[in-house]
Design a protein around this ligand. Structure first.
Ligand code: PLP
Length: 418
């Protein structure tokens, strides 16, 4: 970044420090990942200069031949990796993808049935300060208090009672397999559209370690930057019969010019997702999460639903007497980055919740495996069990630094790009 360094040293320095921060810390944020240098090169390319309102071969501006090529590649690859009939690769982010689906089939005041935010759902599934909660009438399903698993009986009962226009499956903090077939059946029974938001688990689905909603859902939305390991962005997959209405809601409905540099980077990421290395990485991500979750259980921690089937798990810290926010701060001090999280039926508010969320996509992309995630769990336990012990803090800091040095950010992620 020689030019940037010369022209804008302040921004250059912040970027360098961010790269160093990422290199020298263990990232357990379940929604993050490390995309490959190839993805970053495409995203940092001159395609950012191009206006391309419209769709490939039907643009409003001249000079779109090259961006048409990358958008067509991205669409074909997205369809191939998910087995979908239609793909729209233009949503700027996951939230825009969800908004587009809502706008395509709902009118203000219509009814949405989505997962409760405090049970693991997302803001766009009906939070009152989100467009979804402002425009539509929302009812929520959640998990069973005794098991932490989605309560499908409750879901069906609410669906029958409230007759939603759309049912949304998918979550930001749910550690178990989602039964998309069951969702599809309930939606059919009550005459609702079914949208599956696979933002968190898209990579696992492509890797064959989570069932796909494609056969059952009318619409599937996702981000491209979580387990899917692409650039920051969104994607909508749907049956051909909805293609026109989805495309016209994205443009001209809610977006203008697509981010062609991001679409180029999405195309690269989708190609990487076809490789055996990517699939292996997804399998390892789940293995790492399961191994780490078991280690916490062995050490006396309470996990929501008792464990995990996917890339993340939630620790209920109430029996440890340490709130989620304090745990997040203490762990950041030793180089472990994660987020506080509500646990289902949390008596504390969203800002000061009782739990933390732990995810394994980033560490797995760095080549970290079972033995090392056990070590990370041990480090977390040591800190949370001895929050004011300076000696323990120093030992853990060193262990984390050594682990980070042994697993450079890009060495492993690069494998996919070669
Ligand atoms: N859907 C789910 C389930 C998510 O977890 C997220 C992001 O965390 C989104 C949608 C929204 O994605 P974005 O942050 O790209 O708008």
């Amino acid at each position: 970044m020689i030019t940037l360094k010369n022209d804008d040293p302040e921004v250059w320095r912040a970027i360098q420090e961010e790269v160093e921060r990422q290199q020298n810390t263990i990232d357990l944020i379940a929604s993050e990942n490390i995309c490959s240098p190839a993805v970053q090169e495409a995203q940092g390319s001159s395609m950012t200069n191009k206006y391309a309102e419209g769709y490939a071969r039907k643009r409003w501006y001249a000079g779109c031949g090259n961006v048409d090529t990358v958008e067509e590649l991205a669409i074909e690859r997205a369809k191939q990796i998910f087995g979908a009939e239609h793909a729209n690769v233009q949503p700027h982010a996951g939230s825009q993808a969800n908004m587009a689906v809502c706008f395509s089939v709902l009118k203000p005041g219509d009814r949405i049935l989505g997962m409760d935010l405090s049970h693991g759902g997302h803001l766009t599934h009906g939070f009152k300060k989100n467009f979804s909660g402002m425009l539509y009438e929302i009812t929520h399903y959640g998990v069973k208090k005794e098991t932490g698993y989605i309560d499908y009986d409750e879901l069906r009962a609410i669906a029958i009672k409230t007759k939603p226009h759309i049912i949304i499956a998918g979550a930001s903090a749910y550690p178990r397999i989602i039964d998309f077939q069951k969702f599809g059946k309930i939606a059919d029974e009550v005459g609702a559209y079914f949208m599956a938001d696979i933002a968190h688990i898209a990579g696992l689905i492509v890797g064959g370690v989570h069932p796909s909603p494609i056969p059952y859902a009318d619409f599937v939305t996702t981000t491209t930057h979580k387990t899917l390991r692409g650039p920051r962005g969104g994607l909508i997959l749907c049956k051909s019969k909805y293609a026109k209405q989805i495309d016209s809601v994205i443009f001209p409905g809610i977006q203008g010019g697509p981010f062609m540099h991001c679409i180029a980077a999405k195309a690269v990421a989708f190609k990487e997702a076809m490789t055996e290395e990517f699939k292996q990485c997804q399998r390892q991500t789940v293995k790492n999460a399961k191994t780490m979750a078991q280690e916490f259980v062995k050490r006396g921690y309470t996990l929501v639903s008792g464990g995990t089937d996917n890339h993340l798990f939630l620790i209920d810290l109430r029996n440890k007497g340490i709130p989620g926010k304090e745990a997040q701060i203490l762990l950041e001090e030793v180089g472990i980055i994660l987020n506080r999280n509500t646990i289902p039926f949390d008596e504390r508010g969203a800002n000061e919740p009782s739990g933390i969320r732990i995810g394994t996509p980033t560490v797995t992309s760095r080549g970290i495996k079972e033995a090392e995630v056990i070590k990370i769990a041990e480090c977390i336990d040591k800190i949370l069990s001895n929050p004011s012990d300076i000696k323990i803090k120093e030992t853990v800091q060193k262990t984390i630094r050594d682990l980070c040095s042994a697993h450079p950010l890009y060495e492993e992620a690069c494998q996919v790009a070669k």
